[in-house]
Design a protein around this ligand. Structure first.
Ligand SMILES: Nc1ncnc2c1ncn2[C@@H]1O[C@H](COP(=O)(O)OP(=O)(O)OP(=O)(O)O)[C@@H](O)[C@H]1O
Ligand SMILES: [Mg+2]
Length: 492
């Protein structure tokens, strides 16, 4: 039984006994206790005071003791839960120590009180709540085809309280459209949803202030516990008693910044969507290196994964931030969706564009990897230059045209010299190749070569092909074509 199961179970027990779910402080206390943390350590994690955490803990043990009719303390919690409950939990019935049965619902998750409600199909809940949504400058999507499995994956991650989701993919593959399509499907899970683009490369402080401004409006309209305030600044519990000296406010909560964001993420279930994350990475360096002055974004993302809360942040990017690879070892908290092309569903694009010769559509989709933006661009060019005649277009030597070159150029101008060399080498291979040995003609050390390959993988610019137990690497055809007809040869 892992911590998540114990927490879910504890939550269900408390709900069955009190009609209330664990709040975020109780949740943190239970997690901390199961991880042998002291009250002081838990308080640090919560930016709260040890005495407040101890008081909440003491009440929590009393409630659990009543529910289980057995004395529960911080010291014996794990043993009692495991010995008394685990066996029967497997059959969805908690038989407590007194023999009383409490039916529990395995689908319940531990989350803030406002969000949680048991899913009982026989007794449906009132209509789903409406979260506050600020989509900022997110684009509108007009048409949207398929992506059923990707939407299901994202929905599942969100329902299981994944804290950070990265959606990776080349430009135009449909990351933004997919995420916008997701919102109506998951919005009932959240109290507030905010979308921000890093297109203009805002410093982290600016983004955090913007997010806190929006999220704090949520707290004003719907506070989890009515906050006390002094001079416009919120005082966190434990509130001072009469005559007691008022302690200075804890900086993270009162002044914003990372602590402020985390505080809001704990108080309500929030969804933060950060688009165009690649903007804050350096060009002409290996992938995922922050531009000078933007390194603190890395700590921000890491803290969101590692802190205790029930909110979620979705990062949309061409490149994977460096921290994410390490954080993915905790798949419950951190997941990555690599977005590939639309496949045969992309035929709808050609139908919509009124293209003829449907027998040639699959070839176009394969060549442009089902990338909806590339296919839209190419379909428009075929209509304009070839009166919709695909075979005339396909008979041309060079298949990369007009605006598509500009789209690909955006990716290539970001590459380091070593990456450009590897790309040029790969573009000139006729088939997928092994990389176990550095090719002799490349003026790179073996380590530079491997780093470049790894970085290109992180940018999703080279593809892996598994042939039995051999791993081979290759380029998408449109990308190879682009490189062969452009300027990278001279750097290889
Ligand atoms: N599933 C889809 N069905 C139809 N059109 C789509 C689909 N996904 C994306 N598109 C269209 O393709 C274009 C590119 O999509 P989108 O802007 O979401 O790509 P992106 O991956 O976010 O690109 P970038 O990284 O450059 O922001 C848009 O015009 C969008 O409407
Ligand atoms: Mg986008």
């Amino acid at each position: 039984m892992d911590i998540a199961e114990v927490l879910t179970l504890a939550d269900q027990l408390i709900f069955a006994k009190t009609g209330k779910h664990l709040d975020y402080v109780q949740d943190a206390i239970l997690r901390g206790t199961l991880e042998d943390a002291t009250y002081t350590q838990i308080a640090q994690e919560l930016y709260s005071s040890p005495s407040h955490v101890r008081n909440v803990g003491s009440d929590l043990w009393k409630t659990l003791s009543k529910g289980l009719k057995r004395n529960i303390t911080k010291n014996n919690l794990r043993t009692v839960l495991e010995k008394g409950i685990v066996y029967n939990y497997k059959s969805s019935i908690v038989e407590n120590i007194t023999g009383e049965n409490i039916t529990v619902n395995k689908n319940l998750n531990v989350c803030p009180e406002k969000v949680r409600s048991p899913k009982t199909p026989q007794n449906p809940q009132p209509t789903a709540k409406q979260p506050r949504i600020d989509l900022g400058d997110a684009p509108e999507i007009s048409t949207f085809f398929d992506r059923t499995s990707e939407l299901t994956t994202l929905e599942n991650w969100i329902s299981s309280r994944t804290r950070l989701i990265t959606i990776l993919g080349l430009s135009g593959i449909g990351k933004t459209a997919l995420t916008l399509q997701l919102i109506p499907q998951i919005q009932h899970e959240f109290d507030c949803i905010i979308w921000r683009s890093l297109h203009n490369a805002p410093p982290l402080q600016t983004l955090q202030t913007d997010i806190i401004k929006f999220l704090s409006q949520q707290q004003e309209t719907n506070p989890p516990n009515p906050p006390l305030s002094r001079g416009g600044e919120e005082i966190q519990p434990p509130y001072p008693r009469r005559g007691e000296e008022i302690q200075p406010l804890s900086p993270p909560l009162s002044k914003g910044g990372l602590g402020g964001v985390i505080h809001h993420l704990r108080s309500h279930r929030c969804l933060i969507i950060v688009d165009d994350v690649q903007t804050i990475f350096s060009s002409q360096q290996l992938a995922g290196n922050y531009q000078p002055g933007y390194e603190n974004y890395g700590a921000f993302f890491k803290q969101i994964v590692e802190s205790c809360h029930n909110s979620c942040i979705i990062l949309i990017s061409w490149e994977k931030p460096r921290e994410i690879a390490a954080l993915e070892s905790h798949p419950k908290n951190c997941q990555t969706l690599q977005l590939n092309g639309l496949g045969e569903s992309a035929r709808e694009i050609f139908t919509e564009k009124g293209l003829a010769e449907s027998e040639n559509w699959s070839e176009l989709i394969e060549f442009y990897q089902g990338n909806p933006l590339w296919l839209n661009t190419i379909a428009a060019a075929i209509q304009d230059l070839f009166s919709g005649n695909i075979s005339d277009f396909l008979s041309y030597d060079s298949l990369v045209l007009g605006d598509l070159e500009y789209l690909l150029h955006q990716h290539f101008q970001r590459l380091s010299d070593s990456e450009k060399q590897v790309m040029s080498w790969l573009a000139n291979q006729n088939k997928a190749v092994e990389i176990s040995k550095k090719p002799a003609l490349l003026e790179l050390s073996p380590s530079e070569f491997l780093k470049a390959v790894e970085s290109l993988r992180r940018r999703l610019l080279i593809e892996k092909v598994q042939k039995g137990d051999r791993t081979l690497f290759t380029l998408q055809r449109a990308i190879a074509e682009y490189i062969k007809t452009h300027t990278f040869e001279q750097s290889a």
